[in-house]
Design a protein around this ligand. Structure first.
Ligand SMILES: NC(=O)C1=CN([C@@H]2O[C@H](COP(=O)(O)OP(=O)(O)OC[C@H]3O[C@@H](n4cnc5c(N)ncnc54)[C@H](OP(=O)(O)O)[C@@H]3O)[C@@H](O)[C@H]2O)C=CC1
Ligand SMILES: O=C(O)[C@H](O)COP(=O)(O)O
Length: 500
């Protein structure tokens, strides 16, 4: 195995120079302009992989291919589309390791988590095929006589019609799972796909694309554009052939929403997920979830616990449980399955450091020592945070977890609802009535009761309120979002009624 690539299964995806190619109309190609770009290994800040910087002309060709392929795909029976997705899922299981190896190298994801991301993604693709044949295979018939003044002379057949070409843009932290969570429903619903992977995570996307190629999807149906989002992004999102944008990432998504033309948008953006720990909480359970929720993949999850709002009555006890747990986390290399690995980039590490310094200057208590080497930041627990500190509101996307002590759950709810980010949140209490009272009052896309925030299982609806997004993901919701409604009305010469 070399560079995360195994055997001849991946033949053709790299040029003679070693740069990874882009994928258009069923072919792996090098850019005509000869321009390539590198991504970096977060552990070393050295080049991990090299890829094509696609030109606008190549993007035009990709959209032309996608548009043409989609017309035939829309006429492909649902059961055949499902079969194709099942083939992809099977290949994902068989070829999971090379994709996981790419993630270890380009996004420093611990190797076991990288592998489980691919397996989870295969399950997602297979589930989408199953859900799609049923959900899309069921259409409605309306009759006119239910509306006042009408008889039964009009029959309205309501069908679910593909949108056309779906532009899929996942973020670095789940370059495989958040790619297929867009691609699979798009294809199942009869659309073609243009995938623009994150630059950090792009080569996992290249390998993933090869699975669709090997699964025998028609040429042009699935395409891959590589290039820096800041350079090619606007051209992609504003392309006249785009019929839907499914995006996951940071505030870039807000800018895209403002610039995009009149196409359906699915935006999953940042989160500042709070964890409210009430005075009657099971603290062992809460501490376990705060640790996992706050620090898995070094806090680089939109659903990570990003602020603990602990009732003053139990805060000392909670903190005394958390400190040794945080200190016990293994810090190191993703290859060694460390719990805490380097964050994605130097600029991200510096941003996190800025939040830590601001909290320190404003009097927060550091329960664990802040330490950084390159992009590696030791897990940091910060107590006595107050709303004047940036970390009370901003999303670090790193292994630093602030705690605000609150007097009862009311101020915790107020803080949660005052945040511009409103993806998920959670509440720990052993009183079911209080759990419902608090979760009903929390204005976030999802509230977890007695568990840390999480997107999965992948068929659950997943959405953010306010600046955390628009639209809802989750397999069924994504399938529904990637079709439009078409009505065909049969006008009868005389009312017709079904006899019992
Ligand atoms: N709600 C959710 O489900 C999730 C939200 N996030 C959020 O994402 C952020 C971190 O992820 P990150 O990848 O850094 O997010 P970014 O918003 O920086 O990037 C996301 C994707 O958008 C691309 N992109 C960048 N600029 C443009 C543009 N102008 N037009 C089109 N696409 C563009 C990126 O490509 P390139 O890499 O080439 O710049 C990447 O593929 C955090 O804020 C996190 O909370 C992350 C995961 C899940
Ligand atoms: O990008 C993210 O952080 C994910 O959408 C969160 O997924 P998870 O809750 O399954 O880790």
């Amino acid at each position: 195995m070399q560079n995360g690539t195994s055997s001849d299964f991946y033949d053709g995806i790299r040029s003679a120079s070693g740069a990874y190619k882009y994928y258009c109309n069923g072919q792996w190609l090098e850019t005509s302009c000869g321009k390539t770009l590198n991504n970096q290994n977060p552990c070393t800040n050295q080049t991990a992989y090299t890829m094509q910087a696609c030109t606008q002309g190549e993007v035009n060709q990709i959209f032309a291919a996608a548009k043409a392929a989609q017309k035939a795909w829309a006429r492909t029976p649902l059961c055949k589309r499902a079969e194709a997705l099942h083939r992809v899922a099977q290949l994902m299981r068989e070829h999971a390791q090379p994709i996981a190896d790419c993630m270890v190298k380009e996004i420093a994801k611990p190797s076991k988590d990288a592998l489980s991301e691919v397996v989870r993604s295969a399950d997602l693709v297979a589930y989408t095929a199953e859900e799609g044949v049923r959900a899309l295979g069921e259409n409605r018939l309306l009759t006119s006589d239910s509306f006042p003044g009408n008889t039964r002379n009009k029959l309205c057949m309501v069908a679910k019609v593909p949108l056309g070409v779906v532009l899929c843009i996942p973020p670095f932290n789940y370059p495989v799972n958040l790619a297929v969570s867009k691609i699979a429903p798009a294809l199942m619903a009869g659309n073609a796909v243009v995938l623009k992977p994150p630059t950090q995570g792009a080569i996992a996307g290249v390998h993933l694309t090869q699975l669709f190629h090997k699964a025998g999807l028609p040429a042009g149906l699935m395409n891959l554009v590589t290039g820096k989002g800041s350079e090619i992004g606007d051209f992609l999102t504003q392309h006249p052939s785009v019929n839907c944008i499914s995006f996951t990432g940071g505030s870039t998504g807000i800018a895209i929403s403002k610039k995009a033309s009149m196409v359906p948008l699915q935006m999953e953006l940042g989160g500042k997920d709070v964890c409210i720990v009430c005075s009657d909480a099971d603290l062992t359970l809460a501490a376990k979830h705060i640790l996992k929720g706050g620090f898995s993949y070094s806090g680089q999850r939109c659903t990570a616990v990003k602020l603990v709002l602990a009732d003053k009555k139990i805060a000392d006890q909670l903190v005394s449980m958390l400190v040794p747990m945080v200190q016990g986390l293994k810090v190191g290399r993703p290859e060694d399955n460390a719990d805490i690995t380097p964050v994605i980039s130097e600029s991200s590490a510096s941003f996190i450091e800025g939040l830590a310094q601001d909290a320190k200057q404003k009097g927060a208590t550091f329960l664990t020592e802040y330490k950084r080497e390159g992009n590696l930041i030791w897990p940091t627990l910060v107590d006595n945070v107050n709303p004047n500190m940036r970390i009370a509101w901003e999303e670090p996307f790193g292994p630093i977890l602030p705690i605000i002590r609150v007097d009862g759950h009311e101020p915790a709810i107020q803080h949660c609802n005052a945040s511009s980010l409103a993806l998920q949140g959670c509440v720990f209490t052993q009183d079911i009535n209080r759990a419902i009272e608090v979760s009903d009052a929390m204005e976030t896309g999802t509230v977890q009761i007695n568990a840390a925030p999480a997107r999965g299982p992948d068929h659950f609806p997943f959405q953010g309120f306010r600046d955390s997004g628009i639209g809802s993901q989750g397999i069924k919701n994504s399938l529904e979002m990637m079709v439009k409604t078409k009505s065909t009305v049969i006008n009868l010469p005389a009312p017709s009624y079904q006899m019992g």
